[in-house]
Design a protein around this ligand. Structure first.
Ligand code: SF4
Ligand code: SF4
Length: 72
């Protein structure tokens, strides 16, 4: 089965790796496996899978993530 996809390159998700403390919460709460955690930092591996739900933003303790729901 093909995973549900959204429009390409329109997600407003942004990650500031300098602020990331590597807690891994974003990867845990994201329902679409958008994040990976490598070498103590989060990374976006699948931007187009982001549905802008905001769960990662709400759980990130260091405000390293931004998303603006409804734009994409
Ligand atoms: S906004 Fe939602 S879908 Fe997008 S990366 Fe964050 S948790 Fe995942
Ligand atoms: S929740 Fe925030 S601080 Fe934690 S790994 Fe993700 S981006 Fe980094």
């Amino acid at each position: 089965m093909t995973a549900l996809r959204y429009l390409k390159q329109v997600s407003t998700l942004r990650l500031n790796e300098d602020l990331c403390i590597g807690c891994g919460l974003c990867a845990q709460v994201c329902p679409h496996q958008v994040f990976t955690l490598e070498n103590g930092k989060a990374g976006i591996i699948d931007l187009d899978a982001c549905m802008e739900c905001g769960a990662c933003v709400n759980n990130c303790p260091s405000k390293a993530i931004e998303v603006h729901p409804g734009v994409g």
